[in-house]
Design a protein around this ligand. Sequence first.
Ligand SMILES: [Zn+2]
Length: 387
Amino acid sequence: MFTSAANVEELISNFHLDGATFRYSSFVPRLYNYVKSLGFKPGKMLPSRAFCSDENQGYPIIVITKHFGTFPFNHGRGGAVVATDRHAPYAEHGEGLVIIQASHVGYEPEDNRFGTYSRIRTKDNRHTACCGKLAGVLDWYLEQYRIAQSDVILEDCNGELCLRIDNGLLRGTRKEGLFLRLNRLVRADVEGKYTPVHTHSTSKSFFASEALQRQLADLVPALDEGQRVPIGNHLKPDMFYYRRTLDETVEGRNHQESHLIYPMPWIVTSPSPLLTAAQINTQIEFDRALRTLSHAQCFRDKCVFYISGLNLDISPQPDDPFPTTKFVPWAAFLRDRKGGQRIMEQPELVSVLREQSVENPDQIDLDTAMRGMSEAESVEIVAQAAG
Ligand SMILES: [Zn+2]
C-alpha cells in the first residue's frame, strides 16, 4: 500500500477529523437511511462489525443493534482487523450486508489528548492506553526512537556541523532495530561513501548533509561554543526506518505490525502516535479488505456496503453508563446485486451521510424487545432419542 514517504504523508493528511466527526447516535441512523435509499430492504439487512475486542466498543454495537433491529455479525479480530475468512458465513446470513470496520483511539476531553481512556470499572478510574492492542505494538518502536534521539549528537567539528552517531545505530548487520538513512543525515565523500571525520571509542562523527545543515542553521552558534546537543525532535521520519522479524501470515499474530512497520517513522514522530496508528490501521484495512470483498464469490447476488472509519472513545465520567463514542468515516465501498462497484472517498462519504435524516422509523426499542422475549411462550427443548 505504501510506496514512498510522500505517499504516507499524503494518506495521513487526507484523513480529516475536523468537520467529519459524528456521534454514534447520529451516524448509525444516517448510515441506515443511506443504505435503505440504495435499495437495501428493511428486515433483510444484516450489519457486521470489525471492531477491537475492548469493552468500550460495546456502545457502538448497541446503537447498531437498535437501528438495524439485529445484533451485528462479529467480523473483527483484536485491533480492528477484518476477519476475511468469515465472509462466507456472514454472506449466508443476510441479503443486504453492511460492514462497519473501525480502529479506535481514546480521547481525554479535559486536556484534548488522544491515546488514553478512563477505565471507570477499576478501583481508581485508571486512565490506560486505548487502543491497548496498538499501544502494545507501538511500545518497542517508540523506545527505539527515543534511544536514537539521544544517541545521535549534534556537535561542531572544525567549524562545521557534525553528527556523532553511536556505533549501535551504525551496525548494519542487525536483524532488528532502528536504522538511520545516512544519505539524508550525513555528507558522502567524493567516492560516495560515508566516511567518519573522527572515530571515538563507542561512536563516530560525520559531517552533516547539506540539507541538514540548512535545517539546523539556528543551532550552529551554540555548537560553536563547544556544546553538544542530542538530535531529539530533529530526527524526522524520512531519516530512519525499522527492521523487525515478524510473522507475516495474513491476519496472523503480527498482522497489524507488519502493515504498520513501513509508516512507523511517521507514527512515532506524530504528536499523537496512537491516533496516527489507528488512522493508518483503518486505511490499511479498508484497502486490504475491499479487495477480498470485491472478489469473494459469496457476495455474488448480494448488496454490500463496506464502511471504514475511526472510533473516538471519549473518556467517560465515573457515573456515565456508556462512553459518547464518535465515528469518523474514512471511505466506503458499494457493491450492488448486479456486481456494480463504487468507492466513496472521505469528502463524498461525509457529505452523503450529512444529507441523511437522523430519524429512523424502523429502529427498535430494546427494552420492549427484551420484555417481549421474556414474556413469549417458552419453547420446549426436546432431546433426540439416541439412535
Ligand atoms: Zn483496541
